[in-house]
Write a protein that binds this ligand. Sequence first.
Ligand code: NAD
Length: 419
Amino acid sequence: MSEDANPFESLQVQIDEAAEYIDVGEDVIERLKNPERILETNLSVELDDGSVGVFRAYRSQFNGDRGPYKGGIRYHPGVTRDEVKALSGWMAYKCAVVDIPYGGGKGGIVIDPKEYSEDELERITRAFATELRPFIGEDRDIPAPDVNTGQREMNWIKDTYETLENTTEPGVITGKAIESGGSLGRVEATGRSTMLTAREAFDHFGKNLTNASVAVQGYGNAGSIAARLLEEEHGATIVAVSDSSGAVYNPSGLDPVAVKKFKSETGSVAGYDGAAEELTNEELLKLDVDLLVPAALENAIDGELAHEVQADIIVEAANGPLTPEADEVLADRDVYVLPDILANAGGVTVSYFEWVQNRQRFYWTEERVNEELERHIVDAFDGLVECYEEYDLPNFRTAAYVVAIRRVLNAYEEGGSWP
Ligand code: NAD
């Protein structure tokens, strides 16, 4: 993994590349390359031993032209201001690609949650929610889960906000548990959009997903669900999966559900007894597979590693797993990359459905959620391919940004600027 690439610079390169194909002035593009505002705060929280822990936290609101800011909250020791800015930008363009009425946002706390008790994490989360309170709201900014956060943290944030505001407003946050106003299908949604994108891509390239070999880097929410759905719904063979402790490989196929159970019980995929071999994460990324799904963190594949990738198609479940140099190398080598802002957009799309249901106080069946999600992803895929072919673009990422930037620009131009 490249530690050097700055994800915010990567985002700006991606926007510049797409801007070459759009008739728009430099001044307006500059606006589309930077967040509108960032909250940076230090949370002081009493720990279980009576001492006070201080945690740096951020929230970036990228662009509000198409609707309220929207994006996850990440708990990770590697969170930085620039990472949060980049992730908020990817959210803005992701929402535009799948055509849902949101701008982008993202937040994070610099913390390794494994080092804190559940009580401490609750106090830290509620402290962050208290700082966020003036900036969020169902018409303003709607956070959601990201790396190392889930329903539990979302429920705490909702409860803190509602208590301080003396209201009930479940739509202030998405990714909640069902009883707290969550949507059926939300937990699976990101992995489902990765599966749908892979299905559409294989179909588009005339390839067969049945028995296709698949390697998945990062066996968390996004990666493990994508793996299971690819196997269950399309008969793909999951030959390798990894997490931060290492990778397991079996050319005849791993059972994605059994590996997930093993990881839940032991904390890692490493040591899974159905594996033929243990690999390093880097070895996994270089496997000769039909489909590679990076589903961990940013910068997993840099320009150097890209020369050694042997996969035919990459579908990005993680945000920003390829550096711009990797994109260039892979395009030259005819490896097709389906970008994150389409392939993991299922999470925010079903978050949108959750928000719609919260506002109407009327809840959908899981079947309806999955059908609507499929429609959004398939329409977005078709729009991206159309743009790629019409402008003879260098890769699908640029096509996705051209589609997305145009939509944000149209909203901006229709609204005009003030003052
Ligand atoms: P998660 O915490 O559930 O899983 C992340 C996994 O990656 C863990 O298994 C972790 O061990 C593994 N990992 C970390 N570093 C690694 C490394 N160097 N090599 C291999 N594995 C490593 O997180 P998640 O929610 O699945 O998110 C994963 C990615 O998907 C992130 O980029 C996130 O922004 C993106 N994403 C998630 C959602 C969602 O709804 N969960 C939505 C959109 C995008």
